[in-house]
Design a protein around this ligand. Sequence first.
Ligand code: ZN
Length: 543
Amino acid sequence: MDPHEAYSELIRRTRDLSYLASTSSLLGWDEQTFMPEGGAFHRSAQMGLLAGLHHERATDPKLGELLAVVESSDLVAEPTSPAAVNARELRRSYNRRVRLPRTLVEDLARTTSLAQPEWVAARTTCDFVRFRPWLEKIIQLKRDESACLATETPIAGKPAEAHSSHKKAPAPAPPARSPYDPLLDDYEPGANSQELATLFHALRSELVPLVATISERCRRLNHGGASTGSNQPPGGARSAILTRFFPRARQQVFGEAAAAAAGFDFKRGRLDVTAHPFCSGIGTGDCRITTRYDEHNFSDAFFGILHEVGHGLYEQGLDPEHYGTPMGEAVSLGIHESQSRLWENAVARSRPFWTYWFPMARRIFHEALSDVSLDAFHTAVNHVGPSLIRVQADELTYNLHIIVRFELEQALLSGDLAVADLPAAWNQKYEEVLGLKPGNDAEGCLQDIHWSAGLIGYFPTYTLGNLYAAQLFAKAETELGGLEEAFAHGDYESLLAWLRQKVHCEGQRRRPAELIEHITGNKPDHRPLIASLKRKYSELYGT
Ligand code: ZN
């Protein structure tokens, strides 16, 4: 077969797979936004069928044949050309998929779909026992998945072997050292748990003393040490400014205004309400982000929206010409998270950001903020203190929440920790790492949606995202200059254009760690994050 024809056919089939996957995404979005409770069983059948159809097409031996033709041609001569990148990444995902039996894929889709409402109910009633059998089944299915993925050779009869003898074939992946690695690799290609453990250990060693010092300064400030009179709300804590009454409808207006100013295109996206906020890139011209509103917590929705906007900007910045192929897709969850954290923290929690937005916030939320100064507000949105809920954690303690989950899910998967013992293990780790003990499982091990959705190996990408974000933002500041001044005028254009060019338009041209090194000149590293946190908090609280 002519390699050009093979490549066209490969791309046509790949796009069809993306349409199928995006249909599942849309159903998943609907499940969490508007689907009535009674629709859960029907939806799980739809999701199971679509997952099965997707798997059948994605593992069609014809795809392997087309790939082999393309891989033996000059189309892949230049390793960073779109054809070579697409062939490389399609081979990677094809080889992963042919190792998974359809029955397992369908079972996982059905189980996780049914587990969702069970998790919601268990979380609402703080009833871990209700969720336990679902989590046990999910962990077992993920162990099965990991075992299948760790198989060195694809399932017999599939043509993937044809690739391994070709001179241009990339080196085979090193044998997985832990059952966690094949799952992690799905979210962060090229990462492994041992390297992450080393990186996270270094991060933790720096964070723990920093959290202790800053929390103490923050506590003293909140309890009158540096009182600034009328800025001090009744009850003492300065951060309590943010728990005054912020009407939901006005939060929505304000959040949408900031989202639009950052560059989120509402003609190509929308913002809705869910229990657990997320971003879903449905396809070109359709990106869904969600949030949740608490009328006595300004930060939850506002920074949640800016976070999801960061994800949404990445999705909206992908090259539409390459839609549905690796060149038109995000690199990894870690890189995705770097975009959300960069907008949420480096931009929206900065002083210049609020120089521009605070006067408007004070007009919109005049009952809550009329007696509050910009200084007090900026300090409040950067309040630091150990807490129980990850999504509400401050920038400084956030990664400690991830380190706990990273350790626990590895133990669950390996069998070192039984699901029944999870609540106790969770509580013990929170006490050890953050010095707090959850009062119930809703503020403990039931707080996150991930495990009920079968997302094991996903959590570490949050911390990787924070590390990457600090590296990228430091580089953007050096290359662009004047970002603070631009933010103070509500102008994010140069930053967004830089991210579009360096990250968004690049699709999967490079793997995550390579992309970071390509842009910043350095491998993934915890030091830029620590440096930026030290700088920020010493400006806020003194050293
Ligand atoms: Zn995120």
